[in-house]
Design a protein. Structure first.
Length: 134
């Protein structure tokens, strides 16, 4: 309803039922952004930020898709180079910026190349340190 109220429903694909896996992953691969539906007004948002992970984050990471996240996530270093951030006040403006900045999506996708969590050297050292501590 909010999408249609703001006349931006054509920018989103939504579904009302469970999707077959093959179709779901095809849609993920065809998407420009992953938009986790996590918002500060949600009942468990603060607890989620402290202890949770969204499947949307894992999907974005696996598919190397940029994230469209609420500004509250902007302090997380892992998200800074792979996300566009919005607030309630600038959501439409951020969507317009995404549409008009032809290089933005590529820059955000390239942000995955510098993400420390994906760096093999860093992760292999952490794994080795773990093994040595056992």
């Amino acid at each position: 309803k909010k999408l249609s109220d703001n006349k931006i429903e054509s920018w989103f694909i939504t579904f009302d039922s469970v999707l077959p896996n093959q179709f779901f992953f095809q849609e993920i691969n065809n998407s420009d952004f992953i938009f986790p539906l996590l918002h500060p007004s949600g009942k468990h948002f603060n607890a989620f930020c402290e202890h949770g992970i969204s499947g949307a984050f894992s999907l974005a990471l696996a598919a190397k898709k940029p994230l469209l996240l609420h500004q509250k996530f902007s302090s997380n270093l892992d998200f800074q180079n792979i996300s566009s951030f919005y607030t309630e006040d600038n959501f439409s403006l951020v969507l317009r910026m995404i549409l008009e900045d032809n290089g933005l999506i590529d820059r955000l996708v390239n942000g995955y190349k510098t993400l420390p969590k994906l760096d093999f050297t860093i992760q292999s050292q952490r794994f080795n340190d773990f093994l040595q501590s056992a």
